[in-house]
Design a protein around this ligand. Structure first.
Ligand code: AKG
Ligand code: FE2
Length: 407
């Protein structure tokens, strides 16, 4: 009798089957391997349940498969578990997972841990980025310089030089926001990394009220330069010509002249622990429950591109709106996070309220799309005006009336 094929062979067969009509068989093979303790299968199944690939999304099952891998110092398991914890607003658990991973740290982890700390304790974040720079990591290099600049921190001469060489040779987003002569550099001795502490207070605001009834608010300083660059980097690979869900006379999801920019939802496929953290800050700035929010819709406008006057609420008279309304109800509040400085044009205009807001990098503009009775409010009419010079990046979050079931 032939010996059974090695686990790695069964594993490859199972993965191949997932993409065929025999997906169920592939899933059962994976499950068996995972239950036998085969780590690649545990990781793959954990990721499938975390992201809802091939199977319905189930955070509890994802955790069941991924948690044992923490003891093996698995980087992907650490990243997935910390992202799930952050999505569930469980900062303590996120902290526990990240601190479970012991040095030497992977540069990707150093970068993400730094980003999680930057708006809470920038000097702690800087130490994480510095170690990423020592490993010649591009993301950490940008974040090191950006963090030093934004918070007026002193950088190590050698590290700053290495980081600058690295980013200069790349097309890093927001590179032009780095001001080469603004870093204070000295020779610094290496400091030990402090454990991640996500409970430190993070300050948002104070907000500026642009209109009282209906309320329109601008909240500056919600997101740092390094975080803005990170969001753009996450969104970039999947940007495509924007689709407008509902425009009268257009089929749902069809590309439209109302909106000439490109867009993507930063949903479970692209999201990471940092994006999940920033989502929560936007919810805070909009005074809305995080659970009611859709994932970020990231928009990019090149010169001449715009998003013409429109409403964000679902028009109840349209049949297509009913399916959107079923999961969470109406889009009651819009929060627009400005990700960069636009050289000219690109203002967000609410013409009925006489508001024309130029993008303020890192700020959130929020307004209500419904009135006190929850009915669509036409005063929320708005547009993203054409970009005249430069380009424009925003990340929009729409908050529903209720919790969204299928996040
Ligand atoms: O880009 C803007 O200023 C407006 C974006 C917008 O209206 C939206 O995302 O719904
Ligand atoms: Fe809008």
């Amino acid at each position: 009798m032939n010996p059974p094929p090695p686990q790695s062979v069964i594993y490859s067969q199972a993965l191949a089957l997932l993409k065929t009509p025999q997906a169920e068989q592939g899933y059962q093979m994976l499950k068996q391997l995972a239950d036998q303790g085969f780590e690649p299968a545990q990781l793959r199944l954990g990721e499938m349940f975390a992201r809802g690939q091939f199977v319905p999304r189930r955070a509890d099952l994802a955790k069941q498969y991924l948690n044992p891998l923490l003891n093996q110092q698995s980087l992907p398991a650490t990243l997935l578990l910390s992202w799930l914890a952050m999505e569930e607003l469980d900062k303590k658990e996120c902290q526990r997972i990240l601190n479970h991973y012991k040095p030497p740290y992977h540069p990707k982890l150093l970068h993400l841990m730094g980003l999680l700390m930057i708006s809470r304790a920038p000097e702690v974040a800087l130490d994480y980025f510095a170690q990423g720079v020592a490993q010649l990591d591009l993301d950490s290099s940008f974040a090191y310089l950006a963090c030093g600049q934004e918070f007026g921190l002193q950088l190590d001469n050698k590290r700053a030089q290495i980081a600058w060489q690295k980013v200069q040779a790349s097309h890093y987003p927001l590179l032009q926001e780095l001001k080469v002569d603004s870093w204070q550099t000295i020779d610094k001795t290496e400091r030990e990394l402090q454990p991640i502490n996500l409970e430190l207070a993070s300050q948002i605001g104070p907000s500026q009220v642009l209109n009282h009834a209906p309320i329109v608010v601008l909240t500056p300083n919600c997101v740092t330069l390094a975080e803005r660059a990170h969001l753009i980097r996450l969104a970039s690979p999947s940007m495509q010509r924007a689709e407008v869900i509902r425009t009268v006379g257009h089929n749902q999801g069809q590309a439209s002249n109302v909106r000439t920019n490109s867009s993507m939802f930063l949903s479970v496929k692209e999201k990471d622990v940092v994006a999940a953290d920033i989502e929560q800050r936007v919810a805070q700035a909009c005074h809305q429950p995080h659970e009611n929010g859709e994932p970020f819709n990231c928009l990019n406008y090149q010169v001449g591109q715009e998003y013409q006057y429109h409403f964000d609420y679902f028009a109840e008279e349209l049949a297509s709106s009913q399916s959107y309304l079923k999961f969470g109800g109406q889009r009651v509040v819009t929060g627009i996070l400005f990700l960069n400085h636009v050289a000219q044009g690109g203002e967000t205009e609410l013409p009925k309220l006489k508001i024309k807001q130029s993008p303020v990098p890192g700020a959130v503009l929020s307004f209500h799309n419904v009135d006190e009775l929850g009915q669509p409010d036409e005063r929320s009419l708005h547009a993203g005006l054409p970009v005249i010079a430069g380009e424009k990046w925003v990340a929009t979050r729409w908050f529903r009336a209720n919790k969204r079931e299928n996040h």
